[in-house]
Design a protein around this ligand. Sequence first.
Ligand code: NAG
Ligand code: NAG
Ligand code: NAG
Ligand code: NAG
Ligand code: NAG
Length: 948
Amino acid sequence: MGLSQWSSSPPSSSFFIHAFILLWWCGLLVTSVVGGNNETDRLALLEFKAKITHDPLQLLSSWNDSIHFCQWRGVTCGRRHQRVIVLDLLQFSELVGSISPHVGSIPPSFGNLSSLEVFAADSNNLGGSIPHSFGQLTKLTTFYVQLNRLSGRIPPSIFNLSLLQMFFVGGNQIQGHLPLDIGITLPNIKSLSIVANQFTGPIPISISNASNLKDLELANNKLRGRVPSLEKLYRVSVFTIFYNELGNGGANDLSFLCSLTNATYLRLVLIQVNNFGGELPECIVNFSTTLTELVLSNNKISGNIPIGIGNLTNLVVLAMENNKLSGHIPFEIEKLQKLQYLALSANNFFGNIPSSLGNLTILTDLYLDHNNLQGSIPLSLVKCENMIYLDLSENNLNGTISYQVIGLSFSAISLYLSANKFTGVLPAEVENLKNLENLDISGNMLFGKIPTSLGSCVKLEYLAMGSNFFQGVIPSSLESLRGLQLLDLSKNNFSGNIPKFLESFIFLKLLNLSYNNFEGEVPTNGVFKNISATVIKGNSKLCGGMPKFDLPVCKYNKPKKRKLTLSLKLIISILCGLFGITLVISFLLLFSFKRKRRESILNNSQNLLLNVSYQSLLKATDAFSSTNLIGVGSFGSVYRGILGHDRCIVAVKVLNLLHHGASKSFIAECEALRNIRHRNLVKVLTVCSGVDYQGHDFKALVYEFMTNGSLDEWLHPISRTNEVLEEQKNLNLLQRLNIAIDVANALEYLHYHCHAPIVHCDLKPSNVLLDDEMIGHVGDFGLARFLLEATECHANQSSSIGLRGTIGYAPPEYGLGNEVSTCGDVYSYGILLLEMFTGKRPTDNIFKDNLNLHDFVKGALPERVINVVDPIILWEREGMETRTNDTHIQNRIGSPKILECLILIFGIGVSCSMESPRERMNMIDAVAQLHLIREKLLRTRIRGERVI
Ligand SMILES: *[C@@H]1O[C@H](CO)[C@@H](O)[C@H](O)[C@H]1NC(C)=O
Ligand SMILES: *[C@@H]1O[C@H](CO)[C@@H](O)[C@H](O)[C@H]1NC(C)=O
Ligand SMILES: *[C@@H]1O[C@H](CO)[C@@H](O)[C@H](O)[C@H]1NC(C)=O
Ligand SMILES: *[C@@H]1O[C@H](CO)[C@@H](O)[C@H](O)[C@H]1NC(C)=O
Ligand SMILES: *[C@@H]1O[C@H](CO)[C@@H](O)[C@H](O)[C@H]1NC(C)=O
């Protein structure tokens, strides 16, 4: 399905090997084919090479006789036998070749490899069916053929391979039933994934006997019937059956949910888009608290949300839209403190919106539309500072759209409040919604004028205010809304002329001004040319326009016009005078305000930066013992320590004052940290500036301790190729994106929201630290610089400090002209972003000569994104239970949406790391775009696109 959208090349002839991973486990594959010595491995590799016709990066040039084949690029040998154990071609981009005729299917002869334990040929172009001979692979534990074009049925004998632990056939076109005794014949199965195929029939009752199952993924098939009890699957963590035809719409359809209450590791329960009916059983409140996603959407489920839902304290996603649920939204929902996504749309919920929703401070999506909710919007919602989508449309809500709620949050992208009974005006505070793209307040009883401040919402694409009692003219400030695609002001009492600037809104696809009191000439260019895109009927005083509108010709009364011009002139000159005075006053006010603000910031942070003694740090770090040493930075060493009565765990950076510049760095860092505070910056708790017991100067900074270490450790875990199947330190796609957003937020703050822009100057993965919730914090301000003027890229701030960032991350211009600018940070950020998603450091060996990380990625976009993405992201599967609860998106590789997201992310990385500072994106745009991508990713999972 989705597959064909990204692997478009024809199956036969030559094709890109975009993700060709063949894992030859202990050389068995080769061994058995040709007879079994290390020479055959070499020949087999050469044979593979011979068929590659195009290798633009000369990646296979090392595959020659001058070095041992175990040193060939992409080849890993076992230590004892010098046999190939891993051949990882994913790291090789741009290989093109024709492979012998039997690829387009899996060679049945592989079935003779009687010792084969692992067969992994996922993400290829394999067609045909799975050979029957595979039933002979009695040692097989792992079978990965997902994301190919396999069809037909799975040979029944494969289900008798009793050692099988991992079985992944998702993303093919396989048909047939699951065997009735599958749970008995596969007693060791841990992961069973058949997602995105065409399996039919029921889920066998015996599945519950496979008590080692951790991952049971049956989504996106044509399975039917009743879901059996799963009570013995007490290890199951991921259970997905969405997009099937399961359930009978009847009363006991959901009893299987109760059988999952003993599953202590349960993380995901995704059952959306099926035929489930009956009441939502109360037992869901007894699910393990490890649950992070519960998605029941698009079924026929009735009943109430049980009050005990508050027990599921780690829920990140709760989605139940499009069902027949009713009752109140329980107040206790506030206990779901990790909730980010709450969708209850299109049910029969009634009563008030509980004010406790305001306690869900990290909520990004709230969908309560199409219910019977009443009362007003609780003011507490202003506490949801991370809200991106708020949809309350089609309810019976009343009261005003208060300025608190409308000024909700900087991050809001969509606000849908249509078809309610709201009254009052649209508050001017709407201007706070700087990222707003969609605003729909139509179908209410709102009145007053369009606030001129609406012109500040320059990202608006969709503005619907129809069917209200608005009046007045369209303010000229709306001229700045050039991104508008839809503007609906119909059925109000608007008057005045239709502004000519609308002609220049090139994205405008629909302009509805009907049923108002507009007058004067209808413009004729832009959207007005297209009479099906412009609706102006019901305005009796309009004239002109395209002939097809059939309006009267406009008549001008010239003398009157002259008079008008005269009086206009008068007004303008008076206004100018007033403006001058106002300007002076505003300057005075602004100045005093700024000074006050700055003073208060300083006062606050001085409290923060209390001095701590040398002695207490000595004690805290066990006399700076080497067991507490956690890192050595540019200007000193960092120790873990336990400080004070409350035994707070901290990180202590002791400056090496013998190092030239360390003292300066200490001052830079203190100065920077004194003035800034942000959730994505490492917080400095205290500083120490004094003398040690030998009478030497001693300077140290004490930070919050970040339990999960640095991003660098996560991106580059040691020796990962050899442990490819073991559980290890890995970040999944969403975690990476979240951290990327954290870092971007921090930079945006430093560049735009401090009293003077601050340039970090040394952004790199080892300076991004992760707390216990895997939230990223930018640290190490030892090189930070204030810019005295907010000139962004043209800053002329030369400084005497020798070191300016780190090779690979420092922008090219720092090497030339000694100019520090926010754009330099943007470059480093771009490189960091590319590193995060390619898994390659900018200093990687493959980046020599003319190839660098930026070009490497840029060259692969968009078609060959799969060639550059970190293979670990693609391996994400079983064993990916990372330490946090924020893993609610399991990666669905191959889903076109995921690839689209990756392309967008890389696009940002590329545009931040442009060689010319002026061509780089700024952090405000980067943050906004990353948020959108994140949203897309979340929706990929929830909103039911066909995912794999
Ligand atoms: C093959 O293995 C044998 C014994 O394990 C070893 O002596 C020989 O050097 C190896 N040959 C190659 C080409 O690696
Ligand atoms: C063979 O591989 C080595 C190691 O990568 C390389 O230096 C050499 O140029 C290669 N020889 C040929 C003929 O490509
Ligand atoms: C859960 O485990 C308990 C104790 O073993 C058992 O009594 C109960 O029936 C189990 N519940 C389910 C739903 O399997
Ligand atoms: C919700 O917020 C209110 C007021 O801010 C507070 O009193 C209450 O403790 C919060 N509840 C939770 C569960 O955090
Ligand atoms: C809003 O609706 C509720 C119930 O529907 C009603 O009690 C209340 O008076 C209404 N408030 C306003 C301001 O109309």
